[in-house]
Ligand binder design. Structure first.
Ligand SMILES: NCc1[nH]cc(CCC(=O)O)c1CC(=O)O
Length: 311
């Protein structure tokens, strides 16, 4: 067999992205009894990493963290790419797909507070920073009296901004903090029933070329079927709703036996209007479930819900 090594793993350069790529490499080494030098980790800079001053929704939303890496896959400079699923666009470039989802980590958001340990205890007018439209809308809905500002940058940058007093609190994903060994900075873990996560939150995915059989075989043992089903439902929900990237959207699918239960939510950016619903069905019909829940919320919200804020 003349199989080319190293297998090239594309990733962003943030500490979180590198931790995720290293985790995938470690699992591949174990699954196939391969040495570390059978893999190379290739760091790519994406537009999302370079733009630091604006909300991502203004710049172009999803795909910002993946485009350069996907170009590398498409033109053969990379063999696999490791991503946070929640950063992935719902439509991938021609010829690429998500070949595997690792078992999902903690799905929840956490609050990191300086003035107070919880969102509820912040004094009126306190400043909360987040770059996520979903988190901004959920905070505004819960606490319309707070001042929500745009907070960009990777986990370390945001924590440094908090430390410097740029805000009194911020929100991050528990999964990312766990992967960085920093879970102790969280002062409040938010309940996903009332503060549902972004579609895909907490799940690392592996993107590769469709029909690259060697790579498909390589990554297959890493795929976690329940996570795959949950993510399929959440991504189908997102695809049905997400015309503009300007709609705050939350979703969480949970597996119970062979059944999947999907909770979806859409909000206006100011948090004043919200629609949520739940749908359950067989895991084998995850995509249909997500699509049907998205369609139901679209219908209930009506067309003006999506046009009221220039999206
Ligand atoms: N938008 C950046 C991003 N993409 C994925 C995660 C967290 C890890 C995950 O959800 O798997 C983060 C940071 C955050 O939201 O705190």
């Amino acid at each position: 067999m003349t199989e080319a090594y190293p297998i090239r793993i594309g990733t962003r350069g943030s500490k979180l992205a590198l931790a995720q790529a290293q985790e995938v490499r470690a699992r591949l080494m174990k699954a196939h009894a391969l040495p570390q030098d059978a893999f190379s980790i290739e760091i790519m800079s994406t537009a999302g990493d370079r733009i630091q001053d604006r909300a991502l929704s203004e710049v172009g939303g999803k795909g910002l963290f993946t485009q350069e890496i996907e170009d590398g896959l498409s033109d053969g400079r990379l063999d696999i790419a490791v991503h946070s699923s929640k950063d992935m666009a719902t439509t991938l470039p021609h010829g690429l797909h998500i070949g595997a989802y690792l078992q999902r980590e903690d799905v929840r958001d956490v609050f990191i507070g300086r003035l107070a340990p919880s969102l509820q205890e912040l004094p009126p007018g306190a400043v909360v920073g987040s770059a996520s439209l979903r988190r901004q809308a959920l905070i505004r809905r819960m606490r319309p009296d707070l001042d929500v500002i745009i907070f960009r940058g990777n986990v370390q940058t945001r924590l440094a901004k908090l430390e410097n007093g740029a805000a009194d609190g911020t929100l991050l994903a528990m999964a990312g903090l766990n992967r960085l060994g920093m879970a102790d900075v969280a002062t409040q873990v938010l309940d996903p029933e009332t503060f549902p996560p972004a579609p895909g939150q907490g799940a690392i995915c592996i993107e590769c070329r469709i029909a690259d059989e060697r790579i498909e075989r390589l990554i297959a043992p890493l795929d976690h079927a329940p996570t795959h089903a949950a993510l399929t439902a959440e991504r189908a929900f997102l695809r049905r709703l997400d015309g503009s990237c300007r709609t705050p959207i939350a979703a969480l699918a949970q597996l119970e036996g062979d059944g999947l239960s999907l909770h979806g939510m859409i909000l206006t950016p100011d948090g004043t209007r919200m629609f949520e619903d739940r749908l359950a069905g067989p895991a084998a019909e995850a995509a249909l479930l997500g699509d049907a829940l998205g369609a139901a919320l679209l219908d209930r919200a009506g067309p003006d819900f999506f046009t009221g804020w220039g999206g």
